[in-house]
Design a protein around this ligand. Structure first.
Ligand SMILES: C[S@@+](CC[C@H](N)C(=O)[O-])C[C@H]1O[C@@H](n2cnc3c(N)ncnc32)[C@H](O)[C@@H]1O
Length: 257
């Protein structure tokens, strides 16, 4: 890591973080199935009742912010903590998952390792075309799981007999999340997992959040979700929704209207 950037103030912890970073980033799957988590786990602390990667300091550090940028580009934007993967597995049961906007397919790989059936798609699969969020880097794999393109997705989208998984869909007014939800609703989809920031943040658009509040019921919030401390203003979360009116299969931590 960059020693010129300020660390957390705990030199030993920072040095160990750097060691893990090099070890797991260069070792790939040969050293871990979830290197992202193995790198950051010792830097996860409880803050304001949430699990946050901050190295024990409410304000993190400049060096950790740099690491965050590299890790998100190498693996995924949201953090697949093992507890969150378990929470997804409980919700899905035997239902398959279809992930749209999968990026490198890192979450899809974690879910598949957890014996879930997953199909992953992205408009720009990083191993096939340039993806601004997931550039090709020598020594790193382009994808962790097969990621199909939108043509592949169109062939899979119906019938919607799956759980739609949207993890960090684009924000800033991009209609991807609301359009994906509309296609899913029109095809009869009934279960959705959304991981990202709440309305007004960097993920999802207003039409997506409007649709959720109008036609979907919040079934569960992952109380173990781990976010980066940089999300402090609008902490990211993982939520499960079901179509309003259906009988939920799983009421773990359920909040219903
Ligand atoms: C912020 S990244 C998140 C990727 C991944 N889910 C993660 O958590 O790391 C958003 C992804 O959505 C993809 N995307 C953008 N518009 C899309 C669309 N209309 N259909 C499918 N994927 C799209 C981008 O190519 C990008 O890989």
């Amino acid at each position: 890591m960059s020693p010129r950037l300020a660390g957390t103030g705990d030199d030993q912890a920072d040095a160990q973080f750097d060691l893990r970073f090099v070890h797991y980033m260069t070792g790939g799957r040969a050293v871990s199935q979830n290197p992202y988590w193995d790198i950051i786990e010792p830097f996860v602390t409880e803050h304001d009742g949430r699990r946050v990667v901050n190295g024990g300091r409410a304000k993190g550090s400049a060096r950790l912010a740099f690491a965050q940028m590299l890790l998100q580009a190498a693996y995924a934007y949201a953090i697949p903590a093992p507890e969150t993967i378990d929470w997804v597995r409980e919700f899905c049961g035997s239902r398959p998952i279809v992930e749209l906007g999968a990026g490198r397919g890192y979450w899809a790989a974690q879910l598949a390792d957890s014996v879930l059936t997953v199909d992953a798609y992205d408009s720009e699969p990083p191993d096939k075309v340039g993806n601004a969020s997931f550039a090709r880097v020598a020594g790193q794999v382009d994808t962790w799981f097969p990621v199909g393109d939108l043509e592949d997705f169109a062939a899979r989208a119906q019938p919607a007999d799956y759980v739609l998984f949207l993890c960090w869909p684009p924000g800033w007014g991009d209609a991807m999340s609301s359009e994906a939800l509309k296609v899913f609703e029109d095809a009869g989809g009934e279960r959705l997992i959304y991981i990202g920031e709440p309305r007004g943040g960097n993920t999802g658009n207003d039409a997506f959040f409007d649709a959720l509040s109008e036609r979907w019921t919040l079934d569960s919030v992952d109380s173990n979700f781990v976010s980066w401390w940089t999300d402090a203003g609008r902490p990211a979360h993982a939520v499960q929704h079901g179509r309003t009116g259906r009988v939920p299969a799983c009421r773990q931590g359920t909040v219903r209207r």
